[in-house]
Design a protein around this ligand. Structure first.
Ligand code: FES
Ligand code: CO
Length: 352
């Protein structure tokens, strides 16, 4: 199953850029295989539209903003914030403007220093982050990168705690201690939440990052699927109670490409120098995930005969079920569509 085969994914909000990257210069973004333009209007709000001029289909993202109006680069038509054409420069003054001369607006909002877009009828609000507005947490924006990997694969990896010991064996993983302990998984509608404890390795970089001085530490991750392509994980270190809340958004550019964004919230009041250390370590860990995920096939089979599951895969089994249900929702299931069929019997410990 590819992202484009799940129409319901058009009904969620996706993080498309840092707020600071959207100015009064129009910028093109690609989401779910389609092209859009976003720009900042005269009153400072961000607007978005399909990246195609209604006149001769030029790319509006190659245009500019005149007095707060989006201006097409081809014949200079100007569009107001509602998308209506209000100026055709080559017309004689006073001639009417065709009523259908409008861009096709899309929903765009700013929150948490990020710009969010929804290209369908939103079924939920922009995700609410529990730590926002809580003074005991510091938010740190870490990275925004285009990965040659499919968005579900990236979220699948975030839910998959058992990879930490292996993919991250050169940073925080402990391949000598790969066991997950106290695993609990709950699926509730579109949401999957879990908790699992495991051992991480504390090298010099981790020591500076966490303040932990032993060579190994137990860590519990309480993770949840915020929406089908967004993950929140509360990483709590047993040694000192440090909490590192990890947010990952996987914005599907198309079936094979994803705008991956990560930011964290920390409860240890890190100063600028420590924030930089946190960014560097998380950047290194993510480059390990990226290298692996960019070589994994983009489609996401669900049948046990295609990708085999083990009991330690309980979180990602439930994730596949969420996507399967979403795919079935819009009646696109073909008779041979494995996604429309329930999984083989889940492991006994899984709750659903
Ligand atoms: Fe945009 Fe002509 S194509 S003004
Ligand atoms: Co990883």
């Amino acid at each position: 199953m590819l992202v484009s085969e799940i129409p319901a994914l058009r009904e969620y909000w996706y993080n498309i850029a840092y707020s600071s990257d959207v100015t009064n210069k129009p910028v093109g973004v690609r989401l779910l295989g389609d092209d859009y333009v976003v720009w900042r209007t005269a009153d400072g709000t961000v607007s978005g539209a399909v990246d195609e001029c209604p006149h001769r289909s030029a790319r509006l993202s190659q245009g500019w903003v005149t007095n707060g109006r989006l201006t097409c680069p081809y014949h200079g038509w100007q569009f107001d914030a509602s998308g209506k054409c209000v100026e055709i420069p080559s017309n004689d003054p006073g001639l009417p403007i065709p009523p259908l001369a409008r861009t096709h607006p899309v929903l765009v909002e700013e929150r948490y220093g990020l710009v969010w877009m929804c290209v369908g009828m939103p079924r939920t609000s922009i995700p609410v982050l529990p730590e926002a507005g809580d003074d005991s947490y510091t938010f740190i924006h870490e990275l925004m990168q285009v990965w040659d990997a499919s968005a579900p694969r990236i979220i699948d990896n975030a839910l998959d705690v058992s990879h930490v010991s292996w993919v991250h064996k050169d940073s925080v993983g402990s391949s000598a201690n790969p066991r997950l302990e106290d695993v609990k998984v709950v699926r509730d509608g579109e949401s999957v939440s879990f908790s699992a404890s495991y051992t991480v390795r504390i090298d010099e970089v981790m020591r500076k990052n966490t303040g932990i001085t032993s060579d190994y530490s137990k860590r519990t991750t309480r993770g949840e699927l915020v929406n089908p392509l967004m993950f929140r994980g509360v990483l709590e270190y047993h040694d000192n109670g440090l909490i590192h809340v990890l947010y990952k958004t996987a914005t599907p550019i198309d079936d094979h490409t994803t705008l991956f964004c990560q930011f964290v919230a920390r409860n240890d009041n890190p100063d600028e120098e420590k924030q930089q250390l946190i960014r560097e370590l998380d950047g290194r860990i993510q480059s390990e995930d990226r290298e692996l995920l960019q070589s994994v096939r983009a489609d996401f089979p669900i049948e046990a005969t295609t990708e085999i599951h083990a009991p330690s895969d309980r979180m990602t089994i439930q994730y596949r079920r969420v996507l399967a249900d979403l795919a079935a929702e819009h009646s696109i299931a073909r008779p041979d569509n494995a996604w429309a069929r329930p999984l083989a019997k889940p492991p006994a410990a899984a709750k659903s």
